[in-house]
Design a protein around this ligand. Structure first.
Ligand code: GLA
Ligand code: GLA
Length: 696
């Protein structure tokens, strides 16, 4: 089935919904007495809810024993929702196996790297590679799909739930068998595996594939390539499960789109979603914020990456929180305005759906302190009032539905393999955080008021004037060739410390770092010099580096040193460099003039959001990239743009807790202008406005 293009076509809304943007939540009626359901749908209508995800954790209720099925309650819930104009994203319900199954088949339970079994009692206690689990899960999918294939409330299928949230790494014997099969497909022979894994080291040479195990807890650091391949395998194993459920659904209901909710957020890293996105009919994502200075930037980063995983097409925000969650050390309530701003920031980055976990806050169970659309306090609460307000604002955004992301001129490259490999054990520093460095660049771009796309490696780069590739640790020759061609074509590349260090097998490139990017950058790094927690390095422009430093030699005359280490053992050595390429290297039409030549910039230490400003300014100026926002609001307001053939929709998001005025023209879809409605847009604290302007 082709991937649908817009919400208008990919979801068959009930006639009465009245809102082309999807709005709703996970709905768990099986946790409540029947009489509560009637109040639920009445409140859903009041809030403008038009979709719910149903039955996500209902396996034990639907199939109370191996041979019995209980559909009456679910029929009733589906019918009730349909009568009230609410569509259903129906779960396959396979996320949490019921006690009868794990009692009869304890061999489906996952095993940790130390050999402990993860027992039932929570959720998602299943091995992705268990044939027994797979058989029971697909039987359930088949039963649910057969039962509801023709139900008029059904708008989409929701495979499992957050695949890999708790069970991505399973070290069981099933996993060992499946890992060997996966390795055989990847390497063909045990000799090829020995070469790729570098098993000459520490007497690890395998005589046959059946000697290979997952990287279980060992006496010292397990083989790094074995670890990296196990990460690749584990992502693939869950993707196989997704495919298996999807195939049942496509066979039984070929016209109903299938999704599964990704977790593009924070430090959730086990699933390579760039490789998963082509498997679903529409991308959906869950996102939860963590408190801290970059909390909202991280939301924007994740939404942005999700939109680009969807190829710029609309996507579905399947879950976020109206207020607090229950699983952080301290679960803070959302600040005033944050519920609406968070939701609309996702829409700004391409979401055509705004859904929450969950509709009604549970009164029992591990998530009873997790917020919902209807909190414990009930309808008479500020959360529910905000929920109703948001429902109204989403109706005002009807014209946006179906609009794609308007590409930016700057890309931040996001590479799952580099994320996984750069943070493995036995490295120069265990303090390095791949995503934190990427987020710093994104925050620095937001601070400069410059729009960027967060794109996975493999996405086309040619349209971008600037590509920032932070900690691009794993650089196979083909990626080096792609980046070299990009710069030769006039692109401006930036990369950082610990990039270009290893190939796809996690073998170090020899002759100096950054390996196959050395000539492109015109530098050679002889030694990595990570910093202790209380150590810093100062550069001659006054910026301060933490975490990392490197002994950089400049090897090319076309390299300009943008900043040097000042003081300390690296005193006077290059810290930030830029090599001009093509006509930019030739003089007149130099990089600073925004000429047609490209450039390759290297940053050898961690500068942090503020410290990145000088190098970012140099790169953006060199590439001729400027902010689209008025000077006075840059940094205080985030701009994201969605577009159709005719219209460009400008989303202006107040990044601060104070009101901001923005002098931009366009028809106001959402928000207010001052001075008798003709003046600048007035964004309240954490406010969002949306303008309709002519597409360029
Ligand atoms: C995940 C799950 C939900 C719920 C939320 C709580 O996103 O999918 O079922 O547990 O977390 O934040
Ligand atoms: C010990 C071991 C060596 C090597 C070093 C590394 O001394 O005997 O094989 O692992 O540690 O520091």
């Amino acid at each position: 089935m082709p991937r649908p293009d817009s919400a208008r076509t990919w979801l068959r809304w009930p006639e009465t919904a009245g809102n082309p943007l999807a709005y709703g939540a996970d709905y768990n009626p099986d946790q409540w007495p029947r009489e509560v359901w009637d109040e639920d749908v009445a409140l859903m209508r009041e809030a403008g809810v038009n979709v719910v995800s149903l039955a996500i954790f209902s396996w034990a209720r639907i199939q109370p024993s191996a041979g019995t099925w209980d559909w009456a309650w679910l029929d009733d819930a589906m019918d009730l929702l349909h009568r009230n104009g609410i569509g259903v994203d129906l779960a396959t319900a396979t996320a949490s196996p019921p006690p009868w199954l794990t009692t009869a088949h304890p061999e489906v339970l996952p095993v940790t790297r130390t050999g402990e079994t993860l027992w039932p009692g929570a959720r998602q206690h299943w091995r992705p590679t268990s044939p027994v689990f797979r058989e029971h899960a697909l039987r359930l999918v088949e039963a649910v799909a057969t039962r509801y294939a023709e139900h008029p409330a059904l708008v989409a299928w929701h495979v499992n739930n957050e695949l890999g949230c708790h069970n991505v790494y399973d070290y069981s014997d099933d996993a060992a068998r499946a890992f060997r099969t996966w390795l055989e497909a990847r390497y063909g022979t045990v000799d090829a595996l020995n070469d790729a894994w570098g098993t000459a080291f520490w007497s690890q040479r395998y005589g046959a594939l059946d000697e290979v195990l997952p990287p279980r807890v060992a006496a010292s650091h397990p083989n790094p390539t074995q670890q990296l391949d196990f990460k690749r395998f584990s992502s693939d194993a869950l993707r196989d499960h997704l495919r298996a459920e999807r195939e049942v659904l496509r066979r039984l209901t070929p016209g109903v789109p299938v999704t599964t909710n990704f977790m593009v957020m924070g430090e959730t890293r086990g699933m390579n979603y760039a490789e998963w996105a082509p498997e679903v009919d529409f991308v959906s994502n869950d996102h939860y914020t963590h408190p801290g200075p970059q909390s909202h930037d991280e939301l924007s980063f994740s939404a942005n990456l999700t939109g680009n995983l969807a190829g710029g097409r609309p996507w579905f925000l399947m879950e976020h929180a109206t207020s607090a969650v229950n699983w952080q050390p301290v679960n803070v309530a959302k600040k005033p305005g944050a519920l609406v701003r968070d939701s609309l920031t996702h829409v700004a980055h391409g979401a055509d759906a705004v859904c929450f976990f969950q509709w009604r806050q549970s009164s029992a169970g591990a998530e009873k302190y997790h917020s919902g659309m209807v909190p414990h306090a009930g309808r008479d609460s500020s959360v529910f009032r905000e929920v109703v307000r948001l429902g109204g604002e989403l109706r005002d955004l009807a014209p946006v539905v179906g609009a794609h992301r308007a590409p930016a001129r700057v890309a931040v490259l996001f590479d799952w393999t580099s994320w996984w490999a750069s943070e493995q054990d036995s490295h120069p520093s265990d303090r390095l955080r791949y995503r934190a460095e990427a987020l710093d660049w994104y925050s620095a771009l937001l601070a400069a008021g410059v729009r960027a796309d967060v794109v996975p490696t493999g996405a086309p780069l040619t349209g971008y004037a600037v590509v920032v590739a932070p900690v691009l640790h794993v650089v196979p020759q083909a990626l080096a060739d792609e980046l070299t061609a990009y710069v030769a074509g006039g692109g401006h590349l930036v990369t950082t410390y610990f990039s270009g260090v290893v190939d796809e097998h996690d073998h170090a490139w020899l002759g100096g770092y950054p390996g196959p990017l050395r000539d492109l950058l015109g530098i050679r790094v002889e030694e990595l010099e990570p910093l202790l927690d209380d150590e810093t390095v100062t550069l001659d422009d006054g910026t301060v580096g933490t975490l990392w430093s490197e002994r950089v030699d400049v090897t090319d005359d076309a390299v300009e040193v943008l900043a040097r280490y000042a003081g300390g053992d690296l005193d006077g050595r290059a810290a930030v460099t830029r090599r001009r390429v093509g006509s930019a290297a030739g003089g007149d039409a130099g990089v600073d003039g925004g000429g047609s030549g490209g450039s390759a910039t290297y940053v050898s230490t961690r500068l942090g959001v503020d410290g990145l400003r000088p190098v970012l300014t140099a790169v953006l100026d060199g590439a001729g990239v400027t902010s689209e926002l008025p000077q006075e609001v840059r940094g205080r307001v985030e701009l994201a743009v969605r577009a159709t053939e005719a219209d460009a929709f400008w989303f202006l998001v107040n990044r601060t807790a104070e009101a901001v005025e923005v002098a931009v023209d366009g028809d106001v879809l959402l928000g207010e202008r001052g001075q008798g409605a003709t003046g600048p847009l007035v964004l309240g604290p954490r406010g969002v406005a949306v303008l309709r302007r002519a597409a360029r």
